[in-house]
Ligand binder design. Sequence first.
Ligand code: PMT
Length: 399
Amino acid sequence: MKKLENKKILLIICGGIAAYKSLELIRLFKKMGASVKTVVTKNAKKFVTNLSIASLSQDKVYSDLFNHENEAEMDHISLSRWADLILIAPITANTISKLSHGLADDLASTLVLASNKQVFLAPAMNVRMWEHDSNKKNVNKLVSYGYRLIGPEIGDMACGEYGEGKMTEPQDIINNILNYFENLRKNKKLKALVTAGPTQEKIDPVRFISNKSSGKQGYEIANSLKNNGIETTLISGPTNLKPISGINLINVNTAEEMLNKCLDCLPVDIAIFTAAVADYKVKNIYEQKIKKRENLNLDLEQNVDILKHISNHNSLRPKLVIGFAAETNNLKKNSIEKLSEKNCDWIISNDVSNPEIGFNSESNKVSIFYKNKIEENLPKMSKSAIANEIVNKIISDFN
Ligand code: PMT
């Protein structure tokens, strides 16, 4: 069987000298059985002709946002919904910048903004342009949105210079895409459970014990698992985040509810405990609102440890149990202790004394403690980029 039989590829071609290689890409995709639709930007038309693209793809070439007299068809929506995957090859610094800023001024940028599919980028540009800080920032932003980079490669460039910026060869781009579909197929058999957000432990009808967790890190991990084809359940304490489509979201308030919902989810292959579970709860919750008084002593008792409970489950322990550690001091020592005390396979630690990372921030910086090694101080990244890093590691652990 042809390896890309029944796969629908939407190829966007931007205006750069490497655009000629996109013709070879179309030829290879078709040879492997894929259906290919193409979108060309205004500048791409200066490098490749519609006639050669249409002849190879055996389909029309899309280029204008308003193609039809009657706009009911809306190409930017229908094309992105049709595709199994969107590949932009070559992508120029200009289009990278447009996408990272959410611009939507032509068919290519509008459909990517409107898309709900995996987007692959194969950049091609001069080495200085590639290395420029502004381009790097834009690329990192796109990676943090979950777009995947293929290349660029190091080599001699059409402009006569040498360095990183050459578009990856068509056959290698195809190999990356084959790997992606193969991983999706394998991952479809995997099930994951993620906990996120704070828990709220009631004091009286209007007050509770909780913490500053926004749930963002856990939601990003769940999203990345889902994007990689893994069936994911997200058990979340109260947050302001929107449900993510394609993820089974279960809302809870207390640690005890979170534990019960986790148990209901078993068996799973992967469990990731990102939630900031309140360590204590009030022994006897007040039935009426507590009246103001001089001193108030609350009688607290320890909450159930969800992670420890699941990681010690005698029959249904997930194959991979990952805990988080929120530390303000002695991060390394405490993380190593938590790894063994909670019987996890990995502990992912963050320094929550730094307000720029950890609780309720956009970015995070983590170290990963495995049973036999430590990956210390991964760079500070957006929470979605951290999530992608973690999920890539999980997938390679399973394959
Ligand atoms: O939600 P965000 O604003 O995005 O912030 C992310 C985060 C800082 C909350 C996250 O990165 C994080 O560090 N989560 C773990 C928070 C925490 O409670 O850490 P801990 O060191 O107290 O607990 C260690 C592990 O045991 C955690 O996996 C925790 O989920 C789990 N635990 C703790 C107590 C308990 N009763 N049950 C548990 O399962």
